[in-house]
Ligand binder design. Sequence first.
Ligand code: IPM
Ligand code: MN
Length: 356
Amino acid sequence: MSDKMQIAVIGGDGTGPEVTAEALKVLAATAQKYSFLYETTDFDFGGERYLRTGETLPAGAVDELRKFDAILLGAVGHPDVKPGILEKGLLLELRFQLDQYINLRPVQLYPGVETPLAGKKTEDIDFVVVRENTEDLYCGVGGFLKKHTADEVAMQSAVYTRKGCERCIRWAFDFTQKRDNPKGKRLTLVAKTNVLTFGHDLWWRTFNDVAKDYPDVEADYNHVDACCMWMVKNPEYYDVIVTTNMFGDIITDLGAMIQGGMGVAAGGNINPDDGGTSMFEPMGGSAPKYTGLNVINPIAAISAVAMLLQQTGHETAGDNVLEAVKSVTGTKMKSQSAAKMGYSTSEVGDLVVEAL
Ligand code: IPM
Ligand code: MN
């Protein structure tokens, strides 16, 4: 890494570029405050480019992106592109090719943000999901037999490897240890060992093996269905959750809802290895109907920048961005929904910069 952090920016489709612009505004102000140097390079990947060229990622794009310290992604998804193409050809392709084996999804209710869970406060909803990001049902192993006939068979296999689950579980234990929650350090494995008696047996054995290296972390287990129940009833129970790719996808949308919606939730696709390139994104989609109206909520994209900084050696700066976000949600914004914030997209960006 040169002393100038290199960031690739994929603004993407719909409102992606608008929220990304606010995130970059906050990044610029943070860099000034903390005197670190960075440089951004724009990439026009997404639906528009696909419709123009037929390519999701042009040849050489992944190797180009690999040279960057981090990637900031706005959103991909275009009404004229068939579902699945951009997801598979861009988002999942980057996760796999750059071996971003951790999907980090904080579920935190910021001050002033409304949760649909009656009676729950900011201190009750504050946990982190560590989702494995390269295996499971996502690796595209499967096929059809007798396709388009009455006897059609479709198979889609979940692939789990010892290496794949161990590196994720180990990272999650490290993360829990460092997070140092005053309520106590607890890592909950979320799986379905009572039914998935092969794949999740591997996860369970690996989890228990790795747990021996972290005696100060409580190693805990929940079945995924029970986890959904507790996330709604007692979210305060959780500190850190580690889970498989598919279950992680599902429970993190539940998580996004209890923390106030897609306008607030951010995620990191992390390759924590030396020289690895990680990618940070707001969880909301491209919201095409709000494009260009300056009404979309940029808080998730700004939170993605906070995470980018925290994960690339600028922890204090990242923490500060998060504090600024919380002060804006807590003291300024009326709502986290598009067009109801009481401010425009760019004004919310300005407020976070001021709060810094
Ligand atoms: C997410 C998204 C993706 C996933 C989709 C867009 C492929 O839902 O990041 O959670 O399933 O992982
Ligand atoms: Mn998802």
